[in-house]
Design a protein around this ligand. Structure first.
Ligand SMILES: *Cc1c(COP(=O)(O)O)cnc(C)c1O
Length: 820
C-alpha cells in the first residue's frame, strides 16, 4: 500500500448516461445485487436496483469532491443539526445529475413506470418541521454553491411518527423508513468513536502548575457513522450527510455473554441502541428528558471527534482549526458541542484554557430559531452534572470568564449579569443552552430580519450589549430544485419556454417573468398548469380519503405543524363564520373554496390535537350540509410530510401564513407557496415581511396586528371579551363551536379551548379575527377577477427567487464561515 502513491491508483471510467446502458445496469443490479429475476421482481426491487445505478453516478462525483478538498486545503463547513427532514432522495439525485429523461426512458424500456417506483421510496422524516427541512435545503444548497460541507446528525431508526385519523383524532404510529433497507447509505465501521456518560473527573500530573483533568465516564457507547451523499445542482459537488448510530461496546458484551449473562448482555445492547432509536416529536418546545440530553451529547461528541481527527490527519495541528473548519450549530440542540470542544482541546490535546477558548469561539457559529422564552433549552444542573461532570466544570469556568468580562466591560447591573449567566438561578438551577451557544460562537444569527431585530431586544438583549458585533441576520431560504423544478415540472417547463433557462442556475433570474404577468395568453397557460396541479392533488385526496374536490374552486391551504401560534384555530373559526354567511346570504356571489389543512401535532400537545379534531368535526358538518351548495369544503389531509408538501404546494391558490406576529421566526412554507404561484394571506411575521418587500405590497394580502402591537396589547391588558362582543360574526362562530354544534356527541369538547380565547387570547385570535375575515373577503374579490389574480400570482413566482437557499448559503459562507 505504502509503495503506491495515490496518483498510481486506477480511477474508474465515468459511467454512461445512455438509456440502453442504464437499463442494462438496472438489470445487472437486480440480478446480482438483489438476487431477483426481472420476471418476478417486485416494484421495490426495481426501486432498489434503480437507486444503485444512480448511486454509482453519484459516487464518482462524491470521490472527486472529497479529493478536491484535500488538494486545495479548502475550509470545511460542518452543519450540526439534530434534525434533517430530507424526504425522498431519488428524484432529487436524478434531477441534479441531469438524468431524469434518461432514467425515465431506461425504466420504461423495462416496462417500469418511474412514478410508481418513486412513490415507494420512504420519506426520510428525521425531523419535525421547518428546522429540519431547513437543514435539508441547506445541505443541497451547500453542494450546489460548492461549499465543502458535512451535515452531522442522528440516524434515528424511527423518524417522525406516521399520523392517522381515527374518528377525526390524531393517532400516532411508528415510522419505519429503514424497513426495506436504505440503498443510499454507507455504514462506516472504521469511523466509530467512543462516547461517554456519567462517572467522575480525575486530576492528574501535579508536577507543574496546571493540573490536568481526565473524565472517567461510567458508561460508554460507540457512535458509528452512516454516510449519505448529497448531490448539488448539476452535480458540481457531492457532500456528505453523516448520521450517527449508537451501538454497544462489544468487549463488554462479550464478557457478559461469556460469563453466561445473556439477558444482561442484551439489556446493555438495547440500552445503547435505544439512544438513537427515536426522534423526539415535539416541535419548538424542549423535551426536557434525560434521553434527549444524551442524544445531544452523543451526536455532538461523535461529530467533534470526527472533525478533529480529519483535521489532524490533514494538518497535524489544531492551532489552525478555525482557519480550516467552521461549525454551525442549528439551534441549541448541539450547543453542548462548545463544552465538548473545550474538553477535547484542553484535556485531550493539552491546550491552555484561554487558547482553547479562542479556537472554539472562532470555530463555532450559532443559529437561533425561536424567541419564546419557554422554548429555550435549559437543563437542570444536577442532571447535567451527573451525565457530563467534566462539561459542567467547563461551563462554570466559561461562566466565570464571561461574568468577569461583563463586569469589566461595562457597568452591568446585577439583573443584566444574571441574564448573561450560563446558569439560570431563578428557581431550580439550570444550564442555559442558548447562552452557552451564544458565548461560544463568534456569530449568532437569526433567520429573518424581524426575528433578528427582536432577538437583540428580547432573549439576547443583555448578551447583545456585551457582544454587540455578534448578532447578524441570515433570512432562511428553500432549494428551488426540490421546491420548484422537481415538485412542479409543469410550471418549470412553462417558465423555460417563456424566459429561457437562466433561472435553473440562479432563481433570481425568474424576474423576467414579470413582463408576462398581464399577458393574457401567458396567464392562461399559467392557470392551466395550476389547474393540472390541483387535479393531481384532487386525485390524491380522492384515493386516500374518498373525498371529491372541484379543481375549479379556490384551493386555500394551510399546511405546517399544528401549533397555537401558527393559528390553525383562527383559520377554522373564520371557516365557521364563512359557513354561516354562505347559508344566511344565499343571494350573494360566493366564490367556491376548498379549505385544505395538513400537519402533525406533538403527541403531548393537548390543544394542538384538539384543533385537529375540531377541523375534522367542522369538515364533517360543512361537507354534509346541502345548503352550502358546493361553495365550501373542508379537508384535513393526514400525515403531512415532505412528499405530501410536494403535491400540495404546487396546487395552492391561497397560502395561509397567519401566525401571531412576533412568534414565527421565519417560516419556509410561505416561500414554497409564493415560488409556486400562490397568493399569500399573512401577518407581518417572520419572512412574510421580506416577502412583502420582494413581491410588492400589491401582490400579498397582509392583515392583522404587528409584532410590537401584539407585545403592547399583551402588556396593557388585552380585553378579548370586549373584542368578541363587538364582532357579531366572531361571537356567533365561537358560540357555535363552544356549544357543541360541531360536536353533538360531546357538546363540551371545545368549551375550554374557546374559553381560552375569551379569557386571555394569548395568540390574538379574537384580536385579529375581523382583520383576517375582511382580508379573506378581499381575497374573494380578487379571485372573482382571474386576470387580476393571475397577474399577482405570476408576480409572486417572478419575484421569489431571492428566497432560494443558495442565496442564504452564500451569505453564511461569506459572512459567517469565510469559506467557499
Ligand atoms: C417546509 C416544511 C415545513 C415548514 O413549514 P412552515 O410553514 O414554515 O412551518 C414543515 N414541514 C414540512 C414537511 C415542510 O416541507
Amino acid at each position: 500500500m505504502n509503495n503506491l502513491t495515490k496518483a498510481d491508483l486506477p480511477v474508474p471510467a465515468p459511467r454512461s448516461s445512455r438509456p440502453e446502458i442504464l437499463a442494462e445496469e438496472i438489470i445487472e443490479r437486480l440480478t446480482y445485487r438483489i438476487g431477483k429475476d426481472a420476471k418476478v421482481a417486485k416494484p421495490h426491487d426495481w426501486l432498489t436496483a434503480t437507486i444503485l445505478v444512480i448511486r454509482d453516478r453519484v459516487i464518482d462525483k462524491w470521490m472527486e469532491s472529497t479529493r478536491r478538498v484535500y488538494e486545495t486545503g479548502a475550509k470545511r463547513v460542518y452543519y450540526l443539526s439534530l434534525e434533517f427532514l430530507i424526504g425522498r432522495l431519488m428524484r432529487d439525485a436524478v434531477s441534479n445529475l441531469g438524468l431524469m429523461e434518461e432514467i425515465t426512458n431506461a425504466l420504461s424500456s423495462l416496462g417500469v413506470d418511474i412514478r410508481v417506483i418513486a412513490g415507494l421510496e420512504p420519506d426520510a422524516a428525521l425531523g419535525n418541521g421547518g428546522l429540519g427541512r431547513l437543514a435539508a435545503c441547506f445541505m443541497e444548497s451547500m453542494a450546489t454553491v460548492d461549499v465543502p460541507a458535512y451535515g452531522y446528525g442522528i440516524r434515528y431508526v424511527h423518524g417522525l411518527f406516521r399520523q392517522q385519523m381515527a374518528d377525526g383524532w390524531q393517532v400516532e404510529l411508528p415510522e419505519t423508513w429503514l424497513a426495506h433497507g436504505n440503498p443510499w447509505e454507507f455504514e462506516r465501521q472504521e469511523s466509530s468513536y467512543e462516547i461517554g456518560f456519567g462517572g467522575g473527573v480525575e486530576t492528574v500530573g501535579g508536577h507543574d502548575d496546571q493540573p490536568r483533568y481526565v473524565w472517567k465516564p461510567a458508561e460508554r457507547v460507540i457512535a458509528t457513522a452512516f454516510d449519505t451523499p448529497v448531490v448539488g445542482w448539476r452535480a458540481k459537488r457531492v457532500n456528505t450527510l453523516r448520521l450517527w448510530s449508537a451501538q454497544p461496546i462489544d468487549p463488554i458484551l462479550l464478557d457478559a455473554f461469556n460469563a453466561g449473562d445473556h439477558i444482561g448482555a442484551l439489556r446493555e445492547s438495547n440500552k445503547a441502541e435505544s439512544l438513537t432509536r427515536v426522534l423526539y416529536p415535539a416541535d419548538a418546545t424542549p423535551a426536557g428528558q434525560e434521553l434527549r440530553l444524551r442524544q445531544e451529547f452523543f451526536f455532538s461528541s461523535a461529530s467533534l471527534q470526527d472533525i478533529l481527527r480529519r483535521h489532524l490527519q490533514q494538518y497535524d495541528d489544531l492551532t489552525n482549526l478555525a482557519d480550516k473548519v467552521a461549525i454551525q450549530l442549528n439551534d441549541t440542540h448541539p450547543a453542548v458541542s462548545v463544552t465538548e470542544m473545550m474538553r477535547l482541546l484542553v484535556d485531550v490535546h493539552g491546550f491552555e484554557f484561554d487558547k482553547a477558548w479562542d479556537i472554539t469561539r472562532n470555530t463555532f457559529g450559532y443559529t437561533n430559531h425561536t424567541l419564546l422564552p419557554e422554548a429555550l433549552e435549559s437543563w437542570p444542573v444536577p442532571l447535567f452534572e451527573r451525565l457530563l461532570p467534566r462539561h459542567m466544570q467547563i461551563i462554570y469556568a466559561i461562566n466565570a470568564k464571561i461574568l468577569v468580562e461583563a463586569r469589566k466591560a461595562r457597568n452591568f447591573s446585577d439583573t443584566e449579569i444574571r441574564s448573561i449567566s450560563l446558569i439560570d438561578e431563578n428557581g431550580d438551577r439550570r444550564v442555559r443552552m442558548g447562552n452557552l451557544a451564544f458565548v461560544g460562537s463568534h456569530s449568532i444569527n437569526g433567520v429573518s430580519a424581524l426575528h433578528t431585530d427582536l432577538m437583540k431586544v428580547t432573549v439576547f438583549a443583555d448578551l447583545h450589549k456585551l457582544y454587540p458585533d455578534r448578532i447578524n441576520n441570515k433570512t432562511n431560504g428553500i432549494t428551488p430544485r426540490r421546491w420548484l423544478m422537481q415538485c412542479n415540472p409543469g410550471l418549470t417547463s412553462l417558465v423555460r419556454e417563456t424566459i429561457g433557462d437562466a433561472f435553473l442556475d440562479d432563481a433570481e433570474q425568474l424576474k423576467p417573468l414579470d413582463q408576462f404577468a398581464r399577458d393574457s395568453a401567458f396567464q392562461q397557460k399559467f392557470a392551466a398548469v395550476k389547474r393540472a396541479n390541483k387535479v393531481q392533488l384532487s386525485n390524491l385526496v380522492a384515493s386516500r380519503m374518498g373525498i371529491k374536490l372541484d379543481p375549479n374552486a379556490m384551493f386555500d391551504i394551510q399546511i405546517k405543524r399544528i401549533h397555537e401560534y401558527k393559528r390553525q384555530l383562527l383559520n377554522i373559526i373564520e371557516t365557521v363564520a364563512l359557513y354561516d354567511q354562505i347559508r344566511s346570504h344565499p343571494e350573494l356571489d360566493w366564490q367556491p373554496r376548498v379549505k385544505l389543512f395538513a400537519g402533525k401535532a406533538a403527541p403531548s400537545y393537548h390543544n394542538a390535537k384538539l384543533i385537529i379534531k375540531l377541523i375534522n368535526d367542522v369538515a364533517r358538518v360543512i361537507n354534509n350540509d346541502p345548503s352550502v351548495r358546493g361553495l365550501l369544503k373542508v379537508v384535513f389531509v393526514p400525515n403531512y410530510n415532505v412528499s405530501l408538501a410536494e403535491v400540495m404546494v404546487p396546487a395552492a391558490d391561497l397560502s395561509e401564513q397567519i401566525s401571531t406576529a412576533g412568534m414565527e421566526a421565519s417560516g419556509t412554507g410561505n416561500m414554497k407557496f409564493g415560488l409556486n404561484g400562490a397568493l399569500t394571506i399573512g401577518t407581518l411575521d417572520g419572512a412574510n415581511v421580506e416577502m412583502r418587500d420582494n413581491v410588492g405590497e400589491d401582490n400579498i394580502i397582509i392583515f392583522g396586528l404587528k409584532a410590537d402591537e401584539v407585545a403592547n396589547l399583551r402588556g396593557d391588558g388585552h380585553d378579548p371579551r370586549a373584542v368578541i362582543e363587538r364582532s357579531r360574526e366572531l361571537a356567533q362562530a365561537l358560540s357555535a363551536i363552544a356549544s357543541g354544534v360541531f360536536s353533538p356527541d360531546d357538546r363540551n369538547r371545545y368549551t375550554a379551548l374557546i374559553e381560552g380565547i375569551y379569557s386571555h387570547d394569548w395568540f390574538m385570535v379574537a384580536a385579529d379575527f375581523d382583520a383576517y375575515a375582511s382580508a379573506q373577503r378581499e381575497v374573494d374579490i380578487l379571485w372573482a377577477n382571474p386576470s387580476e389574480w393571475y397577474a399577482k400570482t405570476i408576480n409572486n413566482t417572478a419575484r421569489m427567487g431571492w428566497f432560494s437557499s443558495d442565496r442564504t448559503i452564500r451569505q453564511y459562507a461569506k459572512e459567517i464561515w469565510r469559506a467557499g
